[in-house]
Design a protein around this ligand. Structure first.
Ligand code: C2E
Ligand code: MG
Ligand code: MG
Length: 606
């Protein structure tokens, strides 16, 4: 049985000839709040049929390429029916265009004899309205069909116009989600899967290998002296070399192997089921892909060489992260030997001992106040006004020197120290904010704190956060989270974030654009701002793909009523492009690097 949804209140006993317009619009408004839900289109067509007393309501997307309509929902007197795509030629739908409704009051079936559906359904009248995007392009249509002439032509026109506008927004939103998620999994230069796609694949292959006690090998490779190629011939040639190298590698990989591009000149290949003795052969096979020079154009051929590092599961590597880390360590060793390839072995694991020692010292630093917070200012791109700051954790160790937060945060996450570290950050940042507020330092913006995905595994973080910050105006404090939080436990994260948002704290999504597995969840989370990842900003002025992504992100954020902050702005040129694209806020070295609290006060608060 097709679901028939209850209306929000019973239909009033009005005469079909006398529709109460305010009732109609109330019903529609209720349905419009469901935009984004899976059954939005079905609810809408049913609602329109019921409030206008018409037999059929069809909502369809346009397939420009094939000149046909693809029904998204078709409501009939027997409920929703599946309808297949139909050619537009010779149908009343073909005449629906522009911003006017198109109405055939009677004998529509006779006027369009080749549209046999009309006569099959016994349709007498037809009204259609085109669904347009903001640029005026036709995306689809909504139409009503009835066995008699419509009695409420003018209400029907209004209803279709309102529905058309709402469906247009939804179709555009869906199109941008799709575009972003395609771009997010694919590397724009080579067309290969990117790091995000690769990481997912690595985890699933590793799970499979563990389950079936199979071997899994990972090769990480980079092109030797690629920087020289770029410097000497320019970035366009550099990109061509990468694309051609990718194609070479593709033709030297075998069935079941998975090739991805990781970063600038880094590639990775997953090889399931390869025995220990076969690994050196596989490495040689990959290297042999570059025996012949790469022919970039009729005048330029370039010899490319690769360094290869490899690691295998089972062995020293017991997780996707360590397998990758080991292959990368092997790659570092490969760069220093004539053969240009190495397979990871335990002797390279000095690294692991170092890690253990760092871990102990990190635990001490957290306990003994050996960490530090730096603050990076954020500005309004149009007015130049200071609108906030991001608190960034720093660790200077006597033995190891300055260690990057990327490294020690990952270490803390891996070894269960992140809760203590996170508590310290919340405490210290809120103390600082209290001081800035109390001493009338004129800090009016929002201070944001980074929170790692693991801290959302339990309600502890939110409890602790609310306790530690209860005396601070919530509009001056926010947290930054990454998309992975929504992917891990979306339901739990939604609840916890909801608690923070209800209290008035702002929630930004950090490094946006780097991993979109749960993009569809985005609309359901109580987010206040999107921070566009630095990698997109860096490439903004050179890479067309990236500027497309950035402009889509900005458009989407506006749709969702979220603020956009661009991270890592380093040049005026980038700032100008961002301004042109309608980005509101910025953060980056060009405006101010992360600095100590004292320096921040001196530079930005006095
Ligand atoms: P993030 O939250 O995305 O922070 C922005 C990073 O970009 C910072 O790196 C900042 O110094 C850097 N940055 C800002 N503007 C520019 C620019 O114009 N150019 C360049 N090249 N870099 C810029 P940092 O401080 O090394 O932090 C790295 C990451 O470590 C942070 O990325 C965040 O994910 C994590 N992190 C830092 N502090 C904490 C913390 O207290 N808790 C947690 N969970 N993570 C933290
Ligand atoms: Mg951040
Ligand atoms: Mg970031």
């Amino acid at each position: 049985m097709e679901p028939v949804y209850p209306m929000s209140s019973e239909l009033p006993a009005f005469q079909a000839k006398n529709i109460d317009a305010s009732y109609v619009f109330r019903q529609l408004a209720d349905i419009f709040t469901l935009v984004g839900d899976d059954n939005f289109f079905d609810r809408l067509t049913q609602c329109v049929a019921q409030i206008l007393h018409v037999d059929f309501v069809l909502c369809a997307r346009l397939d420009d390429f094939r000149h046909q309509s693809v029904p998204m929902s078709f409501y009939t007197p027997r409920g929703h029916q599946q309808a297949s795509a139909y050619a537009l030629a010779g149908t009343p739908c073909e005449t629906v265009r522009g911003q006017d409704t198109c109405y055939f009051a009677e004998s529509v079936a006779e006027q369009f004899p080749s549209d046999t559906l009309l006569s099959d359904l016994g349709v007498e009248s037809y009204m259609g309205y085109a669904i347009l995007n903001r640029a005026g392009k036709k995306l689809g249509l909504i139409c009503i069909m009835h066995s008699e002439t419509l009695t409420n032509e003018s209400v029907a026109r209004d209803v279709l116009r309102m529905c058309g506008a709402q469906i247009g927004v939804e179709l555009e939103r869906q199109a941008s989600l799709k575009q972003i998620s395609n771009l997010a999994y694919q590397d724009g230069v080579t067309g290969l899967p990117n790091r995000v796609a690769f990481t997912e694949k690595l985890n699933s292959e590793l799970y499979e290998a563990m389950r079936s006690t199979e071997v899994l090998s990972l090769l990480v490779l980079d092109l030797r002296r690629f920087k020289e190629i770029n410097d000497l011939h320019g970035h366009d040639i550099g990109d061509s070399v990468l694309a051609l190298a990718a194609r070479r590698l593709q033709s030297f990989t075998q069935q079941g192997e998975y090739l991805a591009r990781f970063g600038s000149d880094e590639f990775a290949i997953l090889m399931p089921g390869l025995g220990g003795v076969d690994l050196p052969l596989a490495i040689e096979r990959v290297k042999s892909a570059f025996h012949e020079p790469i022919r970039v154009n009729s005048k330029l051929s370039i010899y490319v060489e690769v360094n290869v590092g490899a690691a295998q599961y089972p062995g020293e590597s017991e997780s996707g992260g360590t397998l990758f880390q080991h292959a990368s360590i092997a790659l570092e060793h490969a760069k220093r030997v004539a053969t240009r390839s190495r397979i990871y072995d335990a002797s390279m694991g000095q690294f692991l001992q170092q890690k253990q020692s760092k871990l102990q010292r990190l635990a001490e630093a957290i306990r003994n106040d050996g960490l530090n917070l730096h603050y990076q200012p954020q500005f309004d791109l149009t007015t130049g006004e200071l609108i906030g700051a991001e608190a960034l954790c720093r660790w200077h160790d006597e033995v190891w020197g300055q260690i990057s937060p990327m490294e020690f945060i990952a270490l803390a996450e891996e070894r269960g120290l992140i809760r203590d570290l996170g508590d310290w950050v919340v405490r210290t940042a809120s103390e600082q904010l209290r001081t800035w507020i109390k001493e009338s330092r004129n800090f009016k913006g929002v201070l944001s704190i980074n929170v790692s995905a693991q801290q959302f595994d339990s309600p502890y973080l939110v409890d602790h956060f609310l306790r530690s910050t209860h005396d601070i105006p919530p509009e001056q404090l926010g947290i930054e989270i990454t998309e992975s939080i929504m992917m891990r436990y979306p339901e739990q994260a939604m609840k916890l974030l909801g608690r923070l948002r209800d209290r008035g704290y702002s929630i930004s999504i950090d490094d946006f654009g780097t991993g979109f597995s749960s993009l569809s969840y985005l609309t359901r989370f109580p987010l206040s701002a999107l921070k566009i990842d630095r990698s997109f900003v860096t490439a903004l002025t050179t890479d067309h793909h990236d500027s497309t992504i950035v402009s889509t992100i900005i458009a989407m954020a506006k749709n969702l009523k979220m603020t956009v902050v661009a991270e890592g702005v380093e040049t005026e040129e980038q700032a100008q492009v961002l301004r042109d694209l309608g980005c509101q806020h910025v953060q980056g070295f060009m405006y101010g690097k992360p600095v100590s609290a004292e320096e921040f006060e001196q530079r930005w608060l006095s």
